[in-house]
Design a protein around this ligand. Structure first.
Ligand SMILES: *Cc1c(COP(=O)(O)O)cnc(C)c1O
Length: 453
């Protein structure tokens, strides 16, 4: 406070204290403060790039990637990762993964072209997804990419393209199956249990027009069951073995998709994610042992492809922001308004994100709600979280925000913030500018009769 400044008035209220529980005196020692990220001060980052701001750690992305690859490669002879573009398709991010040896996994023509633009070779792009356009399939066929067929209409379209171009594309099918985790993701691909998958494999091979090289599944996302992957891998092996033996068509790779959970905490979870989520090693053990135990001859062992997304990047991303206002709710509970909403931190719909203050504080810890700045009732960052009271202008750090936010964010009410990547030696690289009004209005057209200027 400046000398002579008056204390802000806040209506007093009574609150019952429960012994042993978090109370108005706080629980000493439990408030973590995040003053810097990879050695760079949060305050400096916000001052230079504006608030809010996404921050990514290059070191953490590489660490995650290398340890995941190690988990699989130490257990299985042939492993290839393909970066799931939709998880975070900033070119700088994709290129870290490509530099580490990852292929690209894309689910639209837009993402496909992004991968090509990043210099990924066509035969290192996996084209997934239930809604591929003809022109995009054509492009993928021209580039010898791996086409993962989702449905019969897509198969007929690919057959048409084979006839028209005379090319023999390399294809796989997406398979869905019962892994004991419900609801089943049966809207993607062909079902295993009812033989749809087997029938379509027969169709593909008997057409003689494509090269059936792989089998693909992606059984869900933020999967907490290691056993589900063991079951899925065994069912994929069964199909692969039948292709090898009955159709005389050796399967070169089994693609087990992604879906491995990050250590974020799902909404409504009783315990924090860090304490409950199985490790990448656990998943690697289940998948590789299921394939190795299945009985392939050594020279028949398919390559194992993994399309991990969130587990490789969630904990390498942060969202920094600023307190805009504090207010008491009608029941006496504290709340704070921050300068980022669910439009920016899209994953707050599913996760109870950890939020820490970015400055030292002696303020008492209180249970509070953290709201975004949108004039919308759904704009809740945390419904209930224990944090020290902060002042307007104080800064906060949201943790584990690296997956899906920088792709699923919405341009809604506010514009999207800048993104920086912290590289070696605390070097800060801006990898995306904050969006501006001018940028957002580029695609807009105002007809002459509505131009009021
Ligand atoms: C989204 C997606 C992934 C990545 O999923 P994560 O849950 O982020 O690991 C991988 N493969 C396919 C086909 C996907 O749709």
């Amino acid at each position: 406070m400046k000398p002579g400044e008056k204390l802000k008035y806040e209506r007093p209220y009574l609150k019952k204290l429960n012994a042993g529980m978090m109370n108005k005196f706080g629980t000493p020692g439990t408030v973590k403060v995040t003053k810097e990220i990879e050695g760079v001060a949060v305050r400096d980052l916000l001052e230079q790039y504006g608030s809010p701001l996404f921050v990514l750690s290059e070191k953490q992305i590489r660490r995650n990637y290398q340890s995941a690859v190690r988990a699989f490669q130490t257990r299985y002879p042939s492993v290839q990762f393909a970066w799931s573009y939709k998880t975070n398709y900033l070119n700088a991010v994709c290129n870290i993964f490509h530099q580490e040896g990852s292929w690209a996994e894309v689910v639209s023509g837009f993402e496909y072209r992004k991968a090509l633009g990043n210099g990924v070779k066509g035969d290192h792009i996996i084209f997934n997804g239930p809604g591929k356009h003809k022109k995009d399939i054509l492009l993928a066929v021209e580039n010898d990419s791996l086409l993962h067929i989702d449905n019969l209409d897509e198969l007929y379209l690919v057959l048409e393209i084979c006839d028209a171009t005379g090319k023999k594309p390399r294809v796989a099918i997406r398979v869905n199956m019962d892994t004991g985790v419900y609801p089943l993701w049966d809207r993607f691909g062909f079902n295993y249990e009812n033989n749809d998958a087997w029938n379509v494999l027969n169709k593909i091979v008997s057409s003689g027009k494509m090269q059936l090289v792989g089998l693909h599944c992606h059984i869900g996302t933020f999967m907490l069951s290691v056993q589900a992957y063991r079951i899925a891998a065994a069912k994929m092996c069964d199909l692969a073995m039948r292709c090898n033996k009955i159709l005389n068509n050796p399967i070169r790779y089994i693609d087990m998709g992604g879906g491995l959970p990050s250590t974020n905490t799902l909404k409504g979870a009783y315990l924090p994610g860090v304490d409950t989520v199985p490790s990448v090693d656990d998943f690697a053990e289940a998948i590789t042992s299921a394939i190795l135990d299945y009985g392939f001859k050594q020279d028949e062992l398919p390559m194992l492809v993994m399309e991990c997304g969130r587990v490789l990047i969630d904990d390498a991303g942060y969202l920094l922001g600023t307190i805009l206002a504090n207010k008491r709710l009608s029941d006496g509970r504290q709340s704070a308004v921050v300068d980022f909403g669910v439009n920016t931190l899209f994953t707050s719909f599913w996760y109870d994100h950890t939020i820490t203050p970015a400055q030292e504080t002696n303020a008492p810890v209180e249970n509070m709600a953290i709201y975004g700045p949108l004039c919308m009732n759904i704009d809740v960052i945390r419904e209930s979280v224990n944090l020290p009271l902060m002042n307007v202008g104080d800064q906060v750090v949201v943790h584990k925000a690296g997956a899906y936010n920088m792709t699923q964010w919405m341009q809604f009410i506010t514009s999207r913030p800048a993104i920086v990547l912290i590289g070696d030696n605390r070097q800060v690289h801006q990898i995306r500018l904050a969006e501006t009004l001018e940028y957002m209005e580029i695609p807009e057209i105002v007809p002459d009769h509505l131009n009021l200027k």
